[in-house]
Design a protein around this ligand. Sequence first.
Ligand code: ADP
Ligand code: MG
Length: 304
Amino acid sequence: MLGKFTSVNYVYGKEGTALASSALSDINLTIDDHVFLALVGETGSGKSTLVQHLNGLLLPTSGTVQVSHYLLKTEKKKKYYIDLDKEQGKHPKRKQFKVKDLRKFAGLVFQFPEYQLFEETVLKDVMFGPLNFGMEEKKAEAIAKAALKLVGIGESYYSRSPFELSGGEKRRVAIAGIIALEPKVLVLDEPTAGLDPKGEKEMMELFDKIYQSGKSIILVSHNMDLVLKYAHEVCVMNKGKLLKVSSPLEIFQDEEFLSSTAIEPPLVFKTALELKKAGLDLNLDNIKDIPSLAEEIRKAKKND
Ligand SMILES: Nc1ncnc2c1ncn2[C@@H]1O[C@H](COP(=O)(O)OP(=O)(O)O)[C@@H](O)[C@H]1O
Ligand SMILES: [Mg+2]
């Protein structure tokens, strides 16, 4: 198991005051090992709030969040960071872990990457994480350069200020900074917002490659084409609640459920559904994009 949310509530602002607003209510979710999970739902439904619990940026107001052997909770206004692998014995403090360790385990790329960048140059920014974890300068530089290459940021950017970059470039640099930490889980909050279609495709192919290498991907996205193509599991959120956890196939086929949400299945999937209704024997499991739909149609015709 990668993680578990148990009866998680999250309230922004001081509880009991006029400013208090509930962003998550009674979230229960188990995340398996090695997932490619998508989190979808309307703006304001709590997606960003939920993912910020995965690396300890936010702690639940009540309930518990477990990520690997790290457990987070708040009790009587005190925050607890508990390492479940450590014995408590006579020294309860030994059980507390440093949140830095969790940040390395679950790397979070913020929705607004400008909040994540702060060094004077792009290269320094990406090197910051590895250096902060005690890596030697030369090695950190090599890792940072490799990470920048992966996200398509070339050498000419190394000495530029991250703040001069376009939104899409800032996002790439922020992603490189997290990749350089080599996290076991990459948590991405709307990572392709602001990228053109080519950039979006390259970025998603990169995440898929990272997934294929054995790591987990947790992705917040409004783009159902990407969800269909890459995700294996989808969490649907609405008004701070987790409505459904299912495969993309099940969700996009469930018309009754969809009518209660603002989710529109991808056009390619709707086309496949219509063709199936019209009598073409398509295996919907295989429909991921236009080429796979074409292939399914070819197979169905051949078997006719
Ligand atoms: N820093 C904050 N302070 C107060 N309320 C917030 C803050 N961030 C988000 N919220 C509120 O919490 C709810 C969930 O927001 P968010 O998790 O950002 O949703 P999503 O990512 O799905 O758009 C919204 O009602 C939003 O207005
Ligand atoms: Mg958000």
